[in-house]
Design a protein around this ligand. Structure first.
Ligand SMILES: Cc1cc2nc3c(=O)[nH]c(=O)nc-3n(C[C@H](O)[C@H](O)[C@H](O)COP(=O)(O)OP(=O)(O)OC[C@H]3O[C@@H](n4cnc5c(N)ncnc54)[C@H](O)[C@@H]3O)c2cc1C
Ligand code: FES
Ligand code: FES
Length: 464
């Protein structure tokens, strides 16, 4: 039995835990305001909000209901467009969209309104940039976006008017959202939050953002082990950063530890998918999906991350280095019933330099043509240890072992710096095997990775 609150109504259902929420709300609850566009997480027409008590606070995140299994909403508050309506009048967010002419055919509108409602329910500062970031997963084919941007700007005034304190209570009190929002925290604390029981042999599901795109129809009746909740801590212990397998990209973005280690992390994360997908996409899911261009696989390869693999029946754990995890295209050193139970990496010492680069056809909301990460441990201006990874240049995500070994002991300062970078690029070419495909020819990808290595090894590192 799965229990959750849908708008202001408590739901208890025996429907398959693998069914996506979008089908449940449209076909079983007849709430058709949430639209079906791509069913692949790309368009945002199906955006809903998911509220959950975390650290004693009720927090809402936008998610795409087309990729969200019912098993992942156990004990949570689901808000659809119907759940933010006032009888007989528009709420202030809907009014802002209407006033700015931000809707034409209207198909995308519920998704935009829900993303902006999520912004009004967040503790983010009421800035224009934050309002625009909230709708980065929504696509409109009619308006040309300018009118939607104006409505987003108006939403910052709505957040200012809402004021501080618990955002859900404040939004209810100031009549931005219906009154029932003020009671949700109390109601949620009475619901079961444990994920549905696992049937064996199970298929692990994190956020579902790969699985539900790849095998949508099979997933409804699959035997699933829901991994999404409760294993998302990020802690520092004995010089290591230790992550739960269900840490999402948003968890990384919000982690003070991650932001302390990687001061540019916000810039990297912005290059990965969109807000709703970042709220769902887990790191373990990225590793096991084994895409040669998985952004966080490339990121953690450069950090020489390790994984704990645990038999899902709880019968033993072993450790594997991420660098040895990939055996061939989509082939892993992992038994079908092993799950990733922990991920960790050594926090680099004081004098280090880390960089992540991604080039895709569009800067945002696109998968990489080529991506690369680089960790250099420095001793003054000498590279004590180098670790360079690359994606999109072979059947598996690659750790560039020879290139990394070559850089050890080198200094990139002029006059020899450029020659060392050129030599590193030549060595890199012997370690990759790109193919020509929709994301570019093999020659282009080779050239691109060379440019990314220049970006890693150029300023500020060669001016140290
Ligand atoms: C619109 C859209 C945009 C995207 N953009 C990007 C992007 O920019 N960059 C990028 O890298 N990816 C992107 N992705 C892909 C995807 O979001 C990521 O790969 C994500 O990290 C997958 O995590 P998940 O939890 O959703 O995986 P799931 O779909 O839940 O699972 C993926 C695989 O991992 C396995 N798995 C999950 N958790 C565990 C575990 N703990 N132990 C063992 N196996 C496990 C599953 O069985 C499955 O084989 C995008 C996807 C979509 C839909
Ligand atoms: S239908 Fe397009 S994102 Fe869900
Ligand atoms: S108004 Fe038609 S898709 Fe946005």
């Amino acid at each position: 039995m799965i229990q959750f609150i849908l708008n202001d109504k408590t739901i208890a259902t025996d429907l398959p835990a693998g069914m996506v929420l979008l089908d449940f709300i449209r076909y079983h609850q007849h709430l058709t305001g949430t639209k079906i566009g791509c069913r692949e997480g790309d368009c945002g027409a199906c955006t809903i909000l998911v509220g959950e008590i975390t650290g004693g606070e009720l927090q809402y995140e936008s998610m795409t209901s087309c990729l969200l299994p019912l098993g992942n909403v156990q004990g949570k508050h689901i808000v659809t467009i119907e759940g933010i309506n006032f009888p007989g009048q528009l709420n202030p967010i809907q009014q802002a969209m209407a006033d700015c002419g931000a809707t034409q055919c209207g198909f995308c509108t519920p998704g935009f309104v829900m993303s902006l409602a999520g912004f009004c329910l967040s503790d983010k500062k009421p800035t224009y940039e934050n309002a625009i970031a909230a709708i980065d997963g929504n696509i409109c084919r009619c308006t040309g976006y300018k009118s939607i941007e104006k409505a987003a700007k108006k939403t910052t005034e709505i957040v200012e008017y809402r004021g501080g304190g618990d955002p859900a209570i404040a939004a209810a009190k100031s009549k931005i959202l219906p009154e029932y929002f003020a009671q949700i925290k109390t109601q949620l604390s009475q619901l079961e939050t444990a994920p549905p029981a696992t049937r064996y042999p199970p298929l692990a599901v994190g956020g579902g953002t790969d699985l539900y795109v790849q095998k949508h129809d099979e997933m409804t009746h699959a035997d699933i082990q829901f991994m999404f909740d409760k294993m998302n801590s990020i802690i520092e212990e004995d010089g290591k950063c230790i992550l739960g397998p269900s840490v999402t990209v948003t968890d990384l973005k919000n982690s003070p530890l991650i932001n302390r280690i990687f001061p540019d992390f916000q810039r990297y994360a912005k290059l990965v998918s969109s807000t709703p997908i970042r709220n769902m996409a887990t790191i373990a899911g990225n590793f096991v999906n084994a895409s040669p261009i998985g952004d966080f696989t490339i990121f953690f390869l450069a950090l020489d991350a390790s994984l704990s693999l645990t038999l899902s029946e709880g019968e033993g754990t072993r450790t594997v280095s991420l660098r040895n995890f990939y055996k061939g295209y989509k082939q892993l050193d992992k038994k079908p019933n092993e799950i990733i139970s922990k991920i960790w990496f050594e926090i680099p010492g004081k004098d280090f330099y880390f960089n992540f680069e991604k080039v895709s056809k569009r800067t945002h909301l696109d998968i990489a043509s080529v991506n690369s990460a680089c960790l250099l441990t420095m001793n003054g201006d000498t590279i004590e240890k180098a670790s360079v990874s690359a994606g999109g240049v072979g059947p598996v995500p690659v750790y560039l072992q020879k290139t990394s070994a070559y850089l050890k002991g080198k200094t990139l300062r002029e006059p020899q710096g450029d020659k060392i970078i050129d030599a590193a690029i030549e060595i890199m070419k012997t370690e990759i095997s790109p193919i020509s495909d929709a994301r570019g020819s093999k020659e282009y990808k080779t050239l691109l990775l060379g440019q990314l290595i220049k970006a890693h090894l150029g300023p500020p590192i060669n001016t140290k």
